[in-house]
Design a protein around this ligand. Structure first.
Ligand SMILES: Cc1cc2nc3c(=O)[nH]c(=O)nc-3n(C[C@H](O)[C@H](O)[C@H](O)COP(=O)(O)O)c2cc1C
Length: 436
């Protein structure tokens, strides 16, 4: 291939990423609660030779969401474990919060997935934006942004020590001597930090990838710094080409300062896609989704995804100015505050009308050729290593991507025509980290 290979990650979200998706698809509404639905999507992504599928995690659901969106927030690692059994190659990336888990336990769960899938696990490290999570975990308050990222750094550090606590050659299976594994090849973390104390070894040997692939999607300076330190894949990236090039350049420079090579950090920003045989067809599909979108959902979702509790706000009043005097809960909140401050008289409902919540910042609407051109142009400019594809509807847009965009990229010699190895690290061109 003339360029470095492209990489694609498929974001699986019930009926598709657009909030109106569930209203336009034909599937029975309850299908999104069963394994066959996810198995079909995973197999489609694998048929397209995509690097990975990805499941988000929301550990507190503001109740307005139940009105407007299918609620299917299963435990991602459980779902991915089931999908491991019905796929052979595709990477399985799940989200896990560093604010509401214990590192030994979460490290163990991801390493279990890595073993069961033969080395296909990835962990999307999040610090959890929504303050509603605290009350689900017996906490009285949600740690602020800086505190969450300080914990996250220590969490990942100690998780890594847990994964590395068995040398790769520890298991000897020596029946004659009666030695299953050499105790001398274990290295207990014995970690005592500011936030966590983790003493003992992982309760099974090192996993096929050594460590699951580490992923981050933060956009704040603390989020980018954490990504520079640990992430092997970043899901974030600004919407304009120029800003995306600057983002990737900066991420690579910060990674280099941590002694890492830029090739070890792949940037696959989220891109919602709506495809059509003609541009007019794609535009009509996207317009139908937007026409069904609810202003009531948008203002509540803008607050929720920014890390604010929608139940505490009046949608017919402007956002209260006291918010910008307080520490910002997230980059999304900064963006929402900027939009509100630009129109101080406008109601929250009005300001939020055009704010796309969650991971979706960019909606690509066009033909498969146009999307292939877009992907190649962004890679050639140095903005991305590929994309996290979010079908506006599922499985339809993913199927269209696999059947129509992938072949174009293959013909242009820009995408693999078969899987090259057996682990997610193999597909991504990432080396297997040595223990310790
Ligand atoms: C593609 C993508 C997927 C994400 N998935 C999750 C998720 O599953 N759970 C979550 O709590 N946050 C998720 N986020 C949010 C980010 O992890 C991050 O918390 C958010 O951008 C705020 O962090 P920041 O203030 O550092 O920018 C996702 C973001 C993107 C772009």
């Amino acid at each position: 291939m003339s360029q470095r290979p492209l990489h694609f990650n498929a974001f699986i979200w019930p009926n598709g990423y657009h909030e109106s998706a569930w209203r336009v698809v034909d599937d029975p509404v309850e299908n999104v609660l069963g394994l066959p639905y996810y198995a079909d999507i995973a197999r489609t992504a694998e048929r397209g030779l995509l690097d990975s599928i990805f499941l988000a995690d929301n550990i507190a659901i503001a109740e307005y969401r139940a009105t407007h969106l299918p609620q299917t927030q299963f435990d991602p690692i459980s779902v991915l474990s089931a999908l491991a059994a019905v796929t052979d190659h595709i990477g399985l990336i799940g989200t896990g919060s560093t604010t509401y888990n214990q590192p030994w336990e979460l490290a163990r769960r991801f390493a279990t997935l890595d073993h069961l899938s033969g080395g296909r696990a990835g962990w999307n490290i999040v610090t959890t934006v929504t303050p509603l999570a605290a009350a689900n975990f017996g906490e009285t308050s949600h740690p602020d942004h800086a505190d969450r990222y300080a914990r996250a750094q220590e969490f990942v550090d100690v998780a890594t020590r847990v994964w590395d606590s068995w040398a790769d050659d520890a298991v000897v299976g020596d029946r004659a001597r009666g030695v299953w594994a050499e105790r001398s090849r274990l290295r207990a973390p014995r970690f005592h930090g500011e936030f966590y104390d983790v003493d003992g070894v992982q309760p099974f040997p090192r996993s096929p990838q050594g460590r699951p692939v580490l992923v981050l999607a933060g956009q704040s300076s603390a989020g980018i710094r954490l990504a520079a330190r640990y992430a092997e894949m970043a899901f974030s990236g600004p919407p304009s080409l120029e800003a995306a090039v600057a983002f990737r350049t900066d991420l690579h420079a910060q990674a280099a300062a941590f002694g890492r090579h830029p090739d070890e950090v792949l940037v696959l920003p989220a891109l919602m896609v709506t495809l059509g045989g003609t541009e007019a067809e794609a535009t009509a599909k996207a317009r139908r989704l937007e026409d069904l979108a609810s202003a009531e959902f948008r203002w509540q979702n803008a607050l929720y995804t920014a890390g604010l509790d929608p139940d505490g706000f009046d949608p017919d009043a402007p956002l209260p100015a006291r918010l910008w005097a307080e520490p910002s809960p997230s980059t999304r909140a900064d963006q929402l505050y900027a939009a509100a401050r630009a129109r101080p008289e406008a109601s929250l409902r009005d300001v939020a009308r055009h704010v796309m919540g969650g991971a979706g910042q960019t909606h690509f609407v066009g033909t498969p050729e146009q999307l292939a051109d877009h992907v190649i142009a962004w890679q050639d400019a140095g903005a991305v290593d590929g994309f996290t594809i979010m079908g506006s509807t599922l499985p339809y847009e993913l199927t269209a991507f696999v059947d129509h965009v992938v072949p174009i990229l293959q013909r242009r010699n820009r995408f693999r025509t078969e899987y090259v190895g057996s682990t997610l690290r193999d597909e991504l061109g990432l080396s297997r980290p040595a223990a310790g």
